[in-house]
Design a protein around this ligand. Structure first.
Ligand SMILES: *[C@@H]1O[C@H](CO)[C@@H](O)[C@H](O)[C@H]1NC(C)=O
Ligand SMILES: *[C@@H]1O[C@H](CO)[C@@H](O)[C@H](O)[C@H]1NC(C)=O
Ligand SMILES: *[C@@H]1O[C@H](CO)[C@@H](O)[C@H](O)[C@H]1NC(C)=O
Ligand SMILES: [Ca+2]
Length: 376
């Protein structure tokens, strides 16, 4: 409307002049018609020019304020989007926190349950140790075989010959013909094998679960007159492969000689880790060591895989064993994935048992002894 008015104003002089040239009544009529229009337009011109400036200014102001508002709302939008995202993330974080708390609680419950199961297993066996006049589990089996059709495995009291001590042992009466006295069992890692010399001498743990019978008791059993004992080591890997190592003669020296181990001929599928691959690793005839009694043959130190070792027991999580420059066997390690302890030798070790050159990860082991039938 404003533009139309301006154009008409510009054209009006010509309109007037053409009207002068014309003389007809129609022209007159035309004139009068034309004449009236500019009058209207002139009126419009007076009311337009000022509002135009104002309008531009107003438009500019309006543009500014709209821009401003737009910016404001963009900022507000950005802020609220960020807040929304923050809220969502916080919400998720809270959910995750709750979940991880629940997982932790569940794991604690599982732990409690498994130790309860362990305890009840132990109680199941240990409430009533079987009173039996036998010198060891082989002797008990021989004495009971004629009166009991099936001798149960469990805890029995033994009294080795020529000693004044009676003590409890776990007898395996089913495994490979029975008559086995268990001298060590490692299955779940619940028992702490980080023990001092006196504990390794006297024994520790639960006879029905993880335990070390004790060097003194084993010495009493294998030191009986006219007896020979066989040692059997049964191993299970993390992927449930089983194997064994057996020695047809097994005895210990007395405490004065730190219960040095003596092993006969090897047989089995796990390799002779007690003797290792060369004389330097040979643990046969080695005295026993613990974290506080060092007979390990590293005197003052050994170099094992380029690291200096002064105490094999300290290197192997303060466990006790017949170390000789450490060697390839230590069945008192932790039944734990070997990869978890970054090169440190903490797990159950029987390094001659390998698959494609790599030692098996061992999850459980039992050491048991049985009389070898003698002719006399
Ligand atoms: C070391 O012994 C402790 C106590 O028995 C045990 O909790 C820990 O898992 C052992 N460490 C390794 C790496 O086996
Ligand atoms: C330990 O054994 C040695 C030889 O085998 C013997 O001379 C010594 O008397 C024994 N010590 C004890 C305390 O029985
Ligand atoms: C020990 O070091 C020697 C040379 O320094 C090297 O050749 C060898 O591979 C190293 N052995 C181990 C087990 O790291
Ligand atoms: Ca040493």
């Amino acid at each position: 409307m404003m533009w139309t008015a301006a154009v008409l104003l510009l054209l009006s002089p010509y309109l007037f002049s053409s009207a002068d040239k014309g003389s007809s009544s129609i022209a007159d009529e035309d004139f009068s018609v034309k004449e009236q229009k500019p009058v209207v337009e002139v009126k419009n011109r007076d009311s337009c020019f000022i509002p135009c400036d104002l309008t531009v200014k107003l438009l500019r102001d309006e543009k500014h304020s709209i821009c401003g508002q737009l910016q404001q709302s963009l900022l507000a939008f950005g802020r609220s989007t960020r807040k929304l995202m923050r809220d969502v993330m916080e919400e998720q974080q809270r959910a995750l926190d709750i979940l991880s708390t629940q997982v932790t609680e569940l794991m604690a419950k599982v732990q409690t349950l498994s130790s309860e199961v362990q305890r009840s297993n132990t109680e199941m066996y240990s409430i009533k140790p079987v009173q039996s006049h036998g010198r060891d589990c082989s002797d008990i089996k021989d004495n009971l075989i004629s009166v009991v059709p099936k001798i149960p495995s469990g805890i029995y009291i033994v009294h080795p010959e020529h000693t004044d001590s009676s003590f409890e042992v776990f007898c395996e009466m089913d495994y490979m013909g029975g008559g086995w006295t268990v001298m060590q069992r490692r299955t779940d890692g619940l028992m702490d094998f980080k023990q001092a010399w006196t504990s390794y001498v006297d024994g520790f743990g639960n006879l029905a679960g993880e335990h070390w019978l004790g060097l003194k008791k084993v010495f009493h059993i294998v030191n009986q007159k006219d007896t020979r004992f066989q040692l059997h080591i049964a191993l299970v890997s993390y992927d449930d492969v089983t194997s064994y190592a057996s020695y047809d003669d097994f005895r210990l020296d007395n405490e004065t000689h730190f219960f040095s181990i003596h092993l006969g001929r090897y047989a089995g599928s796990a390799g002779d880790a007690f003797r290792g691959y060369d004389q330097e690793q040979n643990q046969d005839t080695a005295p026993f060591s613990a974290s506080d009694v060092d007979n390990d043959g590293c005197n003052p130190s050994c170099s094992i895989s380029n690291t200096t070792v002064e105490s094999c027991s300290l290197q192997q999580n303060q466990t006790g064993w017949w170390f000789n420059q450490c060697g390839l066997a230590n069945l008192n390690g932790t039944p734990e994935d070997a990869e978890q302890n970054h090169g440190q030798r903490m797990s159950i070790l029987w390094d001659t048992w390998r698959q494609s050159g790599i030692p098996y990860n061992i999850k459980s082991v039992t050491m048991k002894i049985r009389r070898i039938a003698t002719n006399n």
